[in-house]
Design a protein around this ligand. Sequence first.
Ligand code: AMP
Length: 177
Amino acid sequence: MSDQIAQRVRAATREVPDFPSIGIGFKDITPVLADAALTADAIGAMSGPFEHEAISHVVAIESRGFIFGMPIALRLGASFVPARKPGKLPWKTVSESYALEYRADVLEMHQDALGAGARVLIVDDVLATGGTAAAAARLVTQLGGVVVALTVLSELTFLGARERLPFPIHSLVRYDV
Ligand code: AMP
């Protein structure tokens, strides 16, 4: 069942070469989102394995992580927590920086976003090098939470994020090249 959904997501995802910079093959998910039935199935497949994991909070990464994070949080009966780019959150924040290809970036969360012992599922659209997910996980740990897993629509396995991330990863579609 989830194999079929993965095939449909793969077929609908548009690869845009050299966006946003030369050498990047961008996974454009807007054709997936344009298909309501497929999006619903994809959200079910991303959240299904965590239905019995007592997830208390879904931490979604700005901005495409929000698209999947909110419906996954509702399905799991969990709180939705946005992890945002700097300067966007209005209340007191904690922050973590991480390296991108040509620059460093920062993710922030509200200081009161998690209670101690929170069981967190991190959500994003694409897992590439894993730097963004690692920063989100450090924010969770800073606030006393436990990262149960990361769930993503697509994983670029050739970038080796799995070897770097110390928590389980669930990906619906995997690109090996
Ligand atoms: P990384 O930190 O390298 O794992 O990058 C993951 C973040 O960058 C996610 O929030 C993705 O939305 C975005 N991203 C990285 N590579 C791609 C790609 N090839 N296509 C679409 N989004 C990407």
